[in-house]
Design a protein around this ligand. Structure first.
Ligand code: GLU
Length: 482
């Protein structure tokens, strides 16, 4: 049994987006690869920014991606007494001290420092208070915060598994607060107490937390606890190299799900976002687990490329079990307004499987894969006017009508039998398939592209095929609905 223990620690301040999902994935892959433990922890101590209603959707997003955790979810908001206990331990050991400065006093000092063009660092006024001073402050009713005593000079080096060595100057840091005067822990303190008590061995998280790491290392030092391995994962940027945001299109996991991206495709794509294994692009979940390593994560920012995600999704659509895809397509029939809930429910699985097999070569999403259902399973589709004009010419109409008659007796109504009957009819008329294939397709589907004609006819079904061929001439009229 390996001792690897990692965690994904979202703050419920937004939905699960590409960047967060990738952090979760890297942690999950690392845990699975090393047969370790993957922990889910919500960092929900920021009262102002917290949105508890987002916790469930974040959990749901992780489930959908298949990134299941072994422990948790833990909630920092339920662990306040632990943080207080741990902070008091440092106080008792002389590694932290009470600071009685009021927010107003601190703000004044801050303003003064800024005016003098200095970094506003705490001046350590309360680090060596006399018992008399302390008594005086207490009499004034001041509630102390706890600050960590840190060395006043020197450097602290983060040995990052992705970024290498990153050096921080201690003179740039101050005796920062670990426990606020109201008893709430500060962010960095809660993270470290959690990471220690949860036995975290590797901290794999977003790059933006690198600046927190020296402070967190000082807290580890104060507790005399070895630091975990840190791995700060570079940002995900949009194509224009700005921070990925809503204006670039979909960024939340659920948006991709709702557009018909497969979870395994999103996982595949996210893994490749900053991590690589030679030039391999397509990975199964098992392969990712086998091949993943922190060392192969690139230290530079990754660029989110939606076209590539669609390409990866297309690949997974082509190779996934058609039966499963059929069921995944079903809700899209409703979402796209093709069928009612009840109608979608009633479509036999075999029909969906047939549709998937016929159309998946061309579809990039489940939504695209569902689209042909409009003409396969309903009559509520429109004819492309250009296609109608080009192919449903007056001399073709009698041929289509004749074909309708020939198909009436085909038994069973399968692609093979339909093809046989069509060819026999065309022979009898001295015509070729080429002459009728496109007109027939336009009459049946309203468009010029699609899957194999005879397979499509089988799926549309005899009645509708015959009706559409018979009424092909009506398609020429504007707005005609067959
Ligand atoms: N709660 C932090 C976030 O959502 C993660 C902190 C960490 O992983 O250490 O960005």
């Amino acid at each position: 049994m390996s001792s690897v223990r990692v965690r994904f620690a979202p703050s419920p301040t937004g939905e699960l987006h590409v960047g967060g999902a990738r952090t979760a994935l890297f942690n999950w892959l690392f845990a699975r690869k090393h047969k370790g433990v993957f922990i889910l922890r919500f960092e929900d101590t920021d009262i102002e920014r917290n949105r508890p209603e987002l916790i469930e959707p974040i959990i749901e997003s992780l489930r959908w991606l298949g990134l299941l955790w072994d422990e948790g979810p833990y909630f920092q908001s339920q662990r306040f007494s632990l943080y207080r206990e741990w902070a008091e331990r440092l106080l008792n050991e002389g590694k932290a001290y009470k600071c009685y400065c009021t927010p107003e006093e601190l703000e004044q000092k801050r303003q003064r420092a800024l005016a003098a063009k200095q970094k506003p660092l705490y001046d350590r006024r309360c680090r060596a208070l006399s018992p008399q001073d302390e008594e005086k402050f207490m009499r004034e009713g001041r509630q102390p915060a706890l600050r960590l005593k840190i060395p006043e000079s020197g450097t602290i080096i983060v040995n990052d598994a992705i970024r290498g060595q990153v050096e921080f100057d201690l003179a740039e840091l101050d005796d920062f607060i670990i426990l606020r005067s109201d008893g709430r822990p500060t962010y960095n303190f809660a993270v470290v107490v959690d990471d220690i008590t949860m036995g975290i061995t590797h901290v794999i998280r977003a790059d933006e937390h690198l600046n927190n790491t020296p402070k967190q290392m000082l807290i580890y030092q104060a507790f005399g606890h070895p630091v975990p391995v840190f791995a700060h994962v570079p940002m995900v940027l949009a194509k224009d190299r700005s921070k990925l945001s809503k204006r670039h299109g979909a960024t939340a996991v659920f948006e991709f799900r709702d557009r018909g991206i497969l979870p395994e495709a999103l996982v595949n794509y996210l893994a490749r976002l900053g991590w690589s294994y030679g030039d391999q692009e397509i990975f199964s979940r098992e392969e990712l687990i086998e091949k993943f390593s922190l060392e192969a994560i690139h230290p530079s920012a990754a660029i989110f490329d939606e076209e590539k995600l669609l390409w990866v999704n297309q690949h997974h659509l082509k190779t996934s079990d058609p039966k499963r895809l059929g069921e995944l397509v079903r809700p899209f029939l409703v979402k796209l307004g093709i069928l009612s809930e009840a109608e979608a429910h009633a479509v036999p699985s075999e029909k969906l499987v047939q549709m998937v097999v016929l159309f998946r070569e061309r579809a990039r999403t489940l939504a695209e894969l569902a689209e042909p259902a409009r003409y396969l399973f309903t009559d509520n589709f429109s004819h492309d006017p250009e296609a109608v004009q080009k192919f449903l010419t007056p001399e073709k109409i009698p041929l289509l009508e004749g074909l309708a008659g020939a198909l009436a007796a085909v038994e069973p109504f399968t692609a093979t039998e339909i093809e046989r009957a069509t060819r026999a009819y065309l022979d009898s008329q001295g015509k070729t398939l080429k002459e009728i294939a496109q007109p027939c397709r336009v009459a049946l589907t309203g468009r010029t592209t699609g899957a194999g004609l005879f397979e499509t006819m089988e799926l549309i079904g005899r009645e509708r095929v015959i009706a559409r061929l018979r009424r092909a001439s009506l398609a020429q009229q504007p707005q005609a609905s067959l």
